[in-house]
Design a protein around this ligand. Structure first.
Ligand code: ATP
Ligand code: MG
Length: 162
């Protein structure tokens, strides 16, 4: 009897579990408002632009990273010549970390923030409006669904997401 139940329900259940996980993945991204933007008092205006673009906030915190945390977050850039400059900048003031939700979240958020170098960012993007240089570029956005999950888990426990 138990075997019958498991044969009948376990596969659809497993499928639904994976489908839900995959579906959720493409709906969420992770962001940080960087120290240049928080320091210039742009936090409210940037959050307003994010919410008006259709993203909802699933988790958020205002914190100052340690050197170790900033280095770990940008570990992929450790060998780059700008790594220490990037870490020093990221610990120079508080950041706002957040998990955001919207269909096609990762790609749509990268469009909203614009190119890494604000000089090349499209008009109306967050980096075009608020960033001063490629190093101090106001905001971070995850570059893939996989990294969005890793980055959100780096900052938030399950209890901190709603
Ligand atoms: P982020 O990951 O912060 O969203 P990004 O994905 O647009 O930015 P990356 O290539 O991942 O760009 O670079 C990470 C960060 O490192 C950039 O946002 C920027 O702050 C810094 N950075 C990148 N290239 C340079 C550079 N040539 N000089 C100084 N800083 C740089
Ligand atoms: Mg990046």
């Amino acid at each position: 009897m138990l075997k019958l139940i498991s044969d009948r329900y376990i596969k659809p259940l497993l499928f639904l579990t994976f489908a839900a996980k995959f579906n959720n993945m493409s709906k969420q991204t992770f962001t940080m408002i960087k120290p240049d933007a928080t320091g210039k008092g742009h936090t409210g205006a940037i959050l307003d632009q994010i919410v008006k673009a259709g993203f909802s906030i699933k988790a958020m915190k205002w914190i100052k990273l340690t050197e170790e945390q900033a280095g770990l977050f940008y570990d992929i850039h450790r060998a780059r010549p700008f790594f220490q400059e990037l870490v020093d900048f990221m610990i120079s003031g508080p950041i706002v970390a957040a998990v955001l939700e919207k269909d096609n979240a990762v790609a749509d958020f990268r469009t909203l923030i614009g190119a890494t170098n604000p000089a090349q960012a499209d008009e109306g993007t967050i980096r075009k409006i608020f960033a001063a240089s490629i190093g101090e570029n106001a905001i971070h956005g995850s570059d893939s669904d996989e990294n969005a999950i890793i980055e959100a888990d780096f900052f938030f426990s399950k209890l901190e997401r709603f």
